[in-house]
Design a protein around this ligand. Sequence first.
Ligand SMILES: [Zn+2]
Length: 71
Amino acid sequence: MPTSICPECSEEVYVDAEIEQGDVASCDECGSRLVVVGLDPIELDKKEESEDDAYGGSDDFGSYDFDDDRY
Ligand SMILES: [Zn+2]
């Protein structure tokens, strides 16, 4: 399993072998959510906690974020 370094606590973070850029991993050590910003080598950056990300999916796939107050 590939590893990278957590930007928050500098511990090794295990990431999925099939992880892709933009995916989110989490650090077991400090619990930070980390976004994959590079793959060769794997680089992680701290994910901003501003969005409600309850689904944890990749919502970068087109803007699909309609609310009912607009039609
Ligand atoms: Zn960490």
